[in-house]
Design a protein around this ligand. Structure first.
Ligand code: AMP
Length: 186
């Protein structure tokens, strides 16, 4: 999985990692934006939260991920982009993976300073990238998502990457660590 605040570069890095490992990505932010645009029932439920930069309630997200990870296209591996975002989502994901007989290899955390997150996000043109909403999203990131990093560190599942450098360099660091782990864990 790849974790980071708004504007940390999750989407860009997820794309590179998925190509490198030949696995599909599940970006909850993208899924939600598409569901909202298509006015599906998930979209209707999620819309008021996404528009305000709030987190979509855990029960909705957990149910979505449970269904999504049962699909055949992700049976051989996956990258979660933007999930989990709360301690509850992280714990439930572990239960789900146990049920599925799968395990998490890495929680990749893109570490980017607060002011860089804000300035990168403000340059995008998504509807939830307005200054007040960005502030709320960054606040929620520190409040809800940063604490779950500790959840992944004890079993050496956390890969902390300096995300405040050019995208190619970030990618290189991730690939180096991923390939190092492939030989050392084999
Ligand atoms: P992102 O593109 O990952 O920044 O996500 C955009 C928005 O989708 C977030 O601001 C939340 O409103 C919602 N969202 C995405 N992933 C989650 C999640 N795991 N839990 C709750 N809300 C989420």
């Amino acid at each position: 999985m790849i974790l980071g605040g708004p504007g940390a570069g999750k989407g860009t890095q997820a794309e590179g990692i998925c190509q490198y490992l030949d696995i599909p990505s599940i970006s909850t932010g993208e899924v939600l934006r598409e569901a909202i645009a298509n006015q599906t029932s998930l979209g209707q439920k999620a819309r008021p939260y996404v528009e305000k930069g709030e987190l979509v309630p855990d029960d909705i997200m957990i149910q979505f991920i449970r269904q999504r990870l049962l699909q055949p296209d992700v049976s051989q591996g996956w990258l979660l982009d933007g999930y989990p975002r709360t301690a509850f989502q992280a714990e439930e994901l572990d239960f789900l993976l146990e049920d599925l007989g799968q395990q998490l290899d890495w929680a990749i955390y893109l570490n980017v300073p607060n002011d860089v997150l804000a300035s990168r996000t403000i340059q995008r043109s998504r509807s939830d990238d307005k200054p007040l909403i960005i502030r709320r999203r960054i606040e929620l990131f520190y409040q809800s998502t940063i604490p779950i990093l500790e959840y992944y560190s004890p079993r050496d599942r956390l890969m902390k990457i300096n995300g405040n450098q050019p995208a190619e360099q970030v990618q290189q660091e991730i690939f180096t660590q991923l390939s190092g782990s492939a030989t050392s864990q084999a």
